[in-house]
Write a protein that binds this ligand. Structure first.
Ligand SMILES: Cc1ncc(COP(=O)(O)O)c(C=O)c1O
Length: 397
């Protein structure tokens, strides 16, 4: 059966992913089960998506009830859970913003790019359209967000790209890249694909001040860091900044596709400027509401902070026990990494971890990435680390 599926996948699905052909059939909490019943501790959450774990009863019930009632009517009409989710996101964030709902992170970022371009248009005589992004960033796979992604290795084949993206090596270089046609800076506070290193808080505060003075939009891509992944609803709060635009996606729907762009420029768009057929429909926004409720409880009960502390200490201990393998522990909240000395060892660690029934990810060139469900239990963390340690001991150095 699994073999048949693999062949069918190869025959009928475009080959955009280097797939592992493990065939998961069930999930419960932070555990995934394959066809033979083997359980895996999921320290990846489907790349930061399954924020409330697998088989979450509350989410399943909310979705089922919503599906029996209404899934979609289009944005031509008022959508109650959409309105409620927008209100909840704004109130929980503490930012005075309005929200547009899309279906993915890339689409949320497309919305941000359009906000920046319209802002640049409305400012004055010269059209300001340049957007500065950071080296090693990742903002999505659409033509514009791919160009916003400052990794030239990803830009082969698909040009010509839209004009107006400028790359800075680091935060200090941003002011030097600003010109009279710069309208925005877009960055991740912790680069998800670029190595899990949180940007320096003082430098970010300094940049915010600089951008405000220059009337340049500060746009934060919280597609991966958002929805409590950092320990707060948005990492921007942890940094103490007030961005003009925030985008988010991954964890918001707990696996149901949804993205959102939020902005303080409440009247930037008028009817017809932007839209999406599916964006913000009943099903995805009902999912978002339930996910936020579950995660609010996780946060306010103190459980989330306890788990963050526990996870981080366990990673630090691994680094101390195996300094010949790991350079340092990095990250924020439950978005963490172990920087490794050797690239081949990282590939082997990923394989060994899988064999030992714990799923981890890679970030950048040399970082093992950990993005467990935010509802993971202390028992699941304990069990995951036992398996991880076995995987490390099995490594052939
Ligand atoms: C920071 C960031 N932005 C944007 C995206 C793109 O999101 P999506 O794959 O939902 O389009 C990702 C996906 O990994 C991401 O990590």
């Amino acid at each position: 059966m699994v073999e048949d599926l693999k062949q069918m996948d190869l025959d009928y699905v475009l080959h955009t992913y280097a797939r592992d052909y493990t065939h998961f059939v069930k999930g419960s909490g932070a555990r995934l089960f394959d066809k033979s019943g083997r359980d895996y501790i999921d320290f990846g959450s489907g790349i930061a998506v399954c924020s409330v774990g697998h088989g979450n009863e509350r989410l399943a019930k909310a979705l089922s009830e919503q599906a029996y009632n209404l899934i979609h009517t289009s944005n031509l009409y008022c959508i109650e859970p959409q309105v409620r989710l927008a209100k909840k996101l704004v109130e929980l964030s503490g930012y005075d913003m309005r929200v547009f709902f899309a279906n993915s992170g890339a689409e949320a970022n497309e919305g941000a790019l359009k906000i920046a371009r319209k802002f640049g248009e409305e400012l004055g005589k010269i059209k300001r359209y340049q957007i500065i992004t950071l080296d090693s960033s990742f903002h999505g796979r659409t033509i514009s967000t791919l160009k916003a992604t400052a990794q030239n290795k990803m830009h082969h084949y698909f040009g010509p790209y839209p004009d107006g993206f400028v790359y800075a090596k680091n935060l200090a270089e941003i002011p030097h890249k600003v010109s009279n046609i710069t309208c925005a800076v877009l960055l991740e506070l912790v680069q998800g694909e670029g190595g899990i290193t949180p940007l320096d808080r003082e430098e970010i505060l300094h940049l915010e001040k600089f951008l405000k003075e220059k009337n340049i939009l500060f746009m934060v891509d919280e597609v991966q860091t958002g929805i409590y992944r950092s320990g707060e609803l948005f990492a921007s709060r942890k940094y103490g900044i007030n961005p003009d635009v925030i985008t988010t996606a991954k964890g918001l729907g707990g696996g149901v596709p949804i993205g959102a762009v939020m902005t303080t420029l409440k009247d930037i768009f008028v009817a017809g400027d932007h839209g999406s057929t599916f964006g913000g429909n009943f099903l995805s926004t009902r999912a978002g509401l339930e996910v936020l409720e579950i995660l609010e409880e996780e946060k306010s009960s103190g459980r989330l902070d306890t788990k963050i502390e526990c996870f981080s200490v366990k990673l630090q201990n691994l680094q101390k026990t195996y300094p010949e393998i790991f350079i340092e522990e990095v990250g924020l909240g439950l978005m963490r990494g172990l920087r490794m000395r050797n690239l081949d060892t990282l590939e082997n660690l990923l394989k060994n971890a899988k064999q030992n029934q714990v799923l981890i990810l890679k970030s950048g060139k040399n970082t093992a990435r950990f993005l467990p469900p935010l509802t993971i239990t202390l028992e699941e963390i304990e069990e995951g680390f036992k398996r991880l340690e076995r995987a490390i001991r099995d490594l052939k150095l």
